[in-house]
Structure formats: structure tokens, C-alpha cells
Design a protein around this ligand. Structure first.
Ligand code: PLP
Length: 447
């Protein structure tokens, strides 16, 4: 007799095409099929328990199956599951917008909803582009991005993306962007100072010579996520923001990964007191419960669109599910928990605990660098600690470590040779202790 797992596993292979997955590899693996979650644990259909060590792709905040969040959705379901924001509003969308304006960097006063980080980025790009157009400045049509940047998978977001593995195949269909170096101190011969200088020099010279053709700079503030959890040297973001301001180029902060407490501040921009012109949030906005994202804009940006209809300055953009009431209701409940549980402050304490535990890994021969900002951690493995020679891509060291972690009861997903540890913000000390032990053991196993 075939088990429930076998039935689901066969259908999974027959019918599903998984994201970011070579299906040939996947086809030959034993699929993990999640059935339920509780706290920071996920349980598969065979009853095995796993720590959610990467917050279900960096978005889970309060754990799974949280009574307060479930209740918020149930309450809203009893009212209305969806109604459009085209020409009308709904209660949670309004209340959430007011809350978001209150907690985001000063100056961001208008909220435009969407349903994923990528669509939020798409909106920011289009807004920046049309912002200049609406003011009769027609030459400012290009964007600056950073090496190894990741802003999502829609065409605009890919156009400002700079991870060759993901993006190069699409180049012929993309709009070209200027790419400046990201300050990757570990891989820069001048270390932190050299890396910082290289980034700022490149940005400065681009802005001094071509600001008249550049609409905006888009940046993952403080931590570059998918590029390998790479942390900017102190002062970098602030200086980049100042340069943009000086040269009349908009700053788009993509806080999809870094937002909502992840770095130890509500938003990474807060760490350097930076107020961008446009900011994109997603992932943790609903506590990681439902697909809602938002693009916030300053009055200055909003004002460029505010005109008589015949002036043709309207922002013609929107999605069927823009401002979904269920998503907005759960986001409101999530923000309430942030306050009640004092989560952001808690992240800083937990981060110190994790840092002290991971310190024991530093001297391991194949641990090149441990990078951490709050509860966003990447461990770069190298073949040679002295020369920093990377593991060959084909060795799949990160994948092997993650599979070992899974055997030991923790889920995570690597970024090349970088092992990722991004636990839910509510993880307690005992859970963090257990997860970091698994992390250490899985690295030991593969190196
Ligand atoms: N921007 C950043 C910085 C991200 O890390 C991601 C996803 O990881 C995105 C945008 C895209 O978000 P989504 O996957 O919700 O489209």
C-alpha cells in the first residue's frame, strides 16, 4: 500500500515546478513536504520536526501558527476577504498605511501596496522614472545598482539585479543599469577601507559625470542579502545617500529582506539615519504570513504625480490584489506584536548571544568569514583560509551543509558557498542555541 508521503511525493514531482530549482536534481532527491508549523518549528508529512533556520526564506517573524495572527485573519475573513483599491479603500489597508508611515524613516508619507518584494521594487522603479518625466526632465531614465544586487525576479527588478547566475541570461530583454562595486571587504585587497573607498569613488564619479541621465540609485541598505549576506562598512549608506541628494538622484532603499527588525533596527536605514525617497518593504511586513508588499514615497515624489487628470501625470499601476484586506489585517496584528513583545530590542540581545556562540567557529580551517547584522547571518566557507580561495561552485559545499543541517533537524538554504542562518525573530535562547549547534555540526561535516 502506498503511503500518504509517497502519494504526495509522486504528485509533487509530476506537477510542480519549483522556484530557483534545477528540477533534474530535485527529481532525484527525497522531497521535503511540509504539513504544518508551530512556533519556530515546521513539521513534514512524515512527522519529522525542523527548526525554521531561514525563516521560510527570510520572512517569518513571530513563528508559525501564531494565535494572534490567525485570529486577525479569521476576524477579517468574517468581514471581507478582498475588495479592490481601484477607486475605493478598505479598513485594514487604511489603518496599515497610517501605521507604516509612523514607523518608517521620516519623510516617507505615502504607501502604495503590492504583493511581493519584486512588484514593490517594480513600482519604485516606475515611480522614480515617472517622477522625472512628470516634471519635464526627460533624460533621467537610467538606474544605478550594485554588484551582486538582488531585487526580485520581475523584469524591472532583474534589470537592476546584478547576480550573473540569475540575471545574465535575461540581459537581452532588460534595460541596462549602471553597476557600481559593492563594498565586499572580505574579498577586497584593501579590506574594509579599500572596499568602501572603491564604492564611493565609483558612485561619485558616475554622479559627477552622468547624474543628468540617472533617475535613481537602488540599494539593499546595510546588508546585501542574496549576494551573500554582505555587510556595508559603517557610514557607507549614509554617504551614498548624501551623494544622491547632492546630485539630484533619487534613493530607493530595498528593505524587503532587511526590514522589520531583522538587522536589530526596525529598518536598516535607521541604523544610519537615512531617509530614502522611496522604500520597498515586503517579506516580514505581514510577519511572513501573507503576500503583501509596499512601496513608500515622500511627499516630494507623490507631489510630482498629483495634478489634474488631463496633465497625464497619473501613476497607472496596480495589481488585482493590491491592498488585500486579509494581508493588511495580519500585518497590523504583526506590528502590534512587535510592540507588545518588544521584538526589535530583543533581536539585539539575541544577536549578541548568536555572535558569541558562532565565535567558536571562527578558527575552523574552512570558515572564511562570519558575517552578522542582527539576526541575519552568513558564513562564507573557503577552501583555503589563508589565501581565501573559494570552493569551486560545482562542489556545492553550501548545498551539502544545508542538507546535513536538514538531517539534523534544521532548514536553511545556502547562497553559493555562504551558509545562511536567518532564524525567526521570536526564537528564544534555547532554540538559538540548538540551531547554532546544528549549524556548527553541518559545517564540520562537509569541510
Ligand atoms: N529585494 C530583496 C532585497 C530581496 O531579498 C528579495 C527576495 O529575497 C526581493 C526583493 C524579492 O522579494 P519577493 O521574493 O517577495 O518578490
Amino acid at each position: 500500500m502506498i503511503t500518504d508521503y509517497e502519494r504526495l511525493a509522486a504528485m509533487n514531482k509530476d506537477y510542480l515546478w519549483h522556484p530557483f530549482t534545477q528540477m533534474k536534481d530535485y527529481y532525484h532527491s527525497e522531497p521535503l513536504i511540509i504539513e504544518r508549523g508551530e512556533g519556530i518549528m515546521l513539521y513534514d508529512v512524515q512527522g519529522r520536526a525542523y527548526y525554521d533556520g531561514f525563516s521560510s526564506v527570510w520572512l517569518n517573524v513571530h513563528g508559525h501558527n501564531v494565535p494572534e495572527l490567525n485570529q486577525a485573519i479569521t476576524d477579517q475573513l468574517g468581514r471581507v476577504a478582498h475588495s479592490t483599491l481601484l477607486g475605493m479603500a478598505n479598513v485594514p489597508a487604511i489603518e496599515l498605511a497610517e501605521k507604516l508611515v509612523g514607523i518608517t524613516p521620516k519623510g516617507l508619507n505615502k504607501v502604495f501596496y503590492s504583493d511581493s518584494g519584486a512588484t514593490g521594487v517594480e513600482i519604485a522603479i516606475k515611480m522614480a522614472f515617472q517622477y522625472w518625466h512628470n516634471q519635464g526632465v526627460h533624460g533621467k531614465t537610467k538606474f544605478i545598482t550594485m554588484k551582486q544586487a538582488y531585487h526580485g525576479d520581475t523584469i524591472g527588478a532583474v534589470s537592476v539585479g546584478a547576480i550573473p547566475l540569475y540575471h545574465d541570461v535575461f540581459r537581452p530583454m532588460l534595460f541596462p543599469s549602471h553597476v557600481i562595486p559593492y563594498p565586499y571587504a572580505y574579498r577586497h585587497e584593501g579590506g574594509e577601507t579599500g572596499a568602501l573607498e572603491a564604492t564611493l569613488t565609483a558612485l561619485r564619479s558616475l554622479l559627477e559625470t552622468r547624474a543628468d541621465e540617472i533617475a535613481a540609485l537602488i540599494v539593499e541598505p546595510i546588508v546585501q542579502g542574496a549576494g551573500g549576506i554582505i555587510i556595508m562598512p559603517p557610514g557607507c549608506l549614509r554617504e551614498m545617500a548624501a551623494l544622491c541628494r547632492k546630485h539630484g538622484v533619487l534613493l530607493i532603499a530595498d528593505e524587503v529582506a532587511t526590514g522589520f527588525g531583522r538587522t536589530g533596527a526596525m529598518f536598516a536605514c535607521d541604523l544610519e539615519d537615512v531617509s530614502p525617497d522611496l522604500m520597498v518593504i515586503g517579506k516580514g511586513l505581514t510577519g511572513g504570513y501573507l503576500p503583501v508588499a509596499a512601496t513608500l514615497a515622500t511627499d516630494e515624489v507623490y507631489g510630482a504625480f498629483y495634478a489634474d487628470y488631463q496633465d497625464q501625470k497619473t501613476f497607472f499601476h496596480g495589481h488585482s490584489f493590491t491592498g488585500n484586506p486579509l494581508g493588511c489585517a495580519v500585518a497590523l496584528a504583526s506590528l502590534k506584536l512587535f510592540e507588545e513583545w518588544n521584538l526589535v530590542e530583543g533581536v539585539r540581545t539575541k544577536a549578541s548571544f548568536v555572535e558569541s556562540k558562532l565565535a567558536a567557529l571562527k578558527d575552523r580551517p574552512y570558515v572564511g568569514e562570519i558575517r552578522q547584522k542582527g539576526l541575519m547571518i552568513g558564513i562564507e566557507l573557503v577552501r583555503d583560509k589563508v589565501s581565501r580561495e573559494p570552493y569551486d561552485w560545482a562542489e556545492r559545499i553550501g548545498v551539502r551543509a544545508s542538507l546535513r543541517a536538514r538531517e539534523l533537524g534544521m532548514l536553511t538554504r545556502p547562497l553559493g558557498n555562504v551558509i545562511v542562518f536567518i532564524p525567526p525573530l521570536v526564537s528564544n535562547e534555547a532554540e538559538l542555541d540548538a540551531m547554532t549547534d546544528i549549524l556548527a555540526e553541518s559545517i564540520l561535516h562537509v569541510t
